[in-house]
Design a binder for this molecule. Sequence first.
Ligand code: BG6
Length: 510
Amino acid sequence: MNETHTVVIFGASGDLTGRKLIPALYNLHLKKRLPEPVNIVGFSRTVMDDQAWRDKLKESAKKFAAAVFSEESWASFGSSLHYHAGDIGDPASFVSLAACLDTLEAGGKESSHRLFYLATAPEFYGPAAEQLGAAGLSHEEAGKTRRVVIEKPFGTDLDSAQRLNGIMHRHFEESQMYRIDHYLGKETVNNILVLRFANAIFEPIWNRNYIGYIEITANEDVLVGRRAPYYENAGVLRDMFQNHLLQILTFVAMEPPARFDAKAIRDEKVKVLQSIRAMTEEEVTENSVRGQYRGYRDEVEAALGGIAQTSSPQPKPEETHAGPDRESRTATYAAMRLFIDNWRWKDVPVYLRSGKGMPCRSTQIVINFRQPPHSMFRTSIDEELGGDRLLLQIQPAEGIQIHFMTKIPDSDMKIRMSELNFNFKSSYSGQMPDSYERLLLDAMNGDASLFARNDEVEAAWKIIDPVQKIWDSGAMQNREFYEIGSTGPSHATRWIESLGHSWYDICPVV
Ligand code: BG6
């Protein structure tokens, strides 16, 4: 068929484009998964020609796709890259973009598929949608799909997310919109669905009758560093909870969808978010803890000083700047207890936790099963370890563990916790693909299953907003500061223990 595909990247000279998007598209090209013919068009204000953009991206590919890079394959991929200098605030830039796309697609007019990727700072999402609409670039007709991918953060609270949805919907149908959360492109996150819905052994015990509590952790050893000016406005709740952690939670808690399609999956996810118990001010205090690592405030100051003096290095595209604040209240660590008020999960605590400056990087889900109702073995040496556990290791180790009781051989019926281990790397050959590969391809193919719908995003903000509001209203307390490399503020451990539970941690994760 006479068909062309085009990906237009707004924010083409930004960090995300060089670090993630182009390496992902290059990998897809090497795997021969990109549709043919394809054009990748960069749009940003920097004035340069096609060759200058290709050269710049080649350097990024050498760095961020080092394992697969070769001069030969880059030459064949590089020829699909084109650059169009333009300003999101300038309607003429979009008129000329439209002409540029028509020229590139000449010969493929019968059927043309365009994907507009908004990898800019978030304040440009709305204006870009307006300009695309005004230039007629959002208009679909038979054989001509027009889709838009929007990076996170989608708004900074419920109001701003609703406003942005309003603007986007003036120009794009919901079915044309792909709100990206890169966690949903991770193989191990997708494997949660496979574990739950491609096996029959887990479903009967996947409920309040067998599960005591759930922990979802995304800890990072990195600090905020140069990203401090953005992070100062965001904090851990907006940066990690509203999107990544709540999205993982929906996969863990959703009812089985009837089909693997965007509507069926997203309908079930949104039901989970809408079933999360709302918290009063008092309940927020009881059900959440926060912290800030020592030295964070100096980073904010240093980063702002650095940005004032030099225009490079570039922060990530989503990053906007806040004023310096020696008394910053921004949390770099948070833990929260949620309840999902439905038949499956009623009264099962779900703990979400994320922090920067932790001892190691570790994203994991721990399903803590209830203890047997009665034990005839009085000789357990591991009683304090609680019940059996299912550990879903998202990263950096990618696998699944089951922790269960075994008899210690040659003992008088002494029992202890043992482990069954599954590891993706030893069971499958090849590199784990980056999540952007899967998500870019899905968006190009029109599969929105792994993208957030407007009602999901808004439901997630409804959960986060009350907590953020209360935190913003109070200064950090002494007990809320923690040392870099520690497991977070000590009161986070006391807090969960006071609720009758404990964190399950392993560091380093191998
Ligand atoms: C981003 C956050 O969305 O996710 C970062 O803005 C965070 O602060 C990152 O470090 C974590 O992603 P990953 O894939 O490295 O776990």
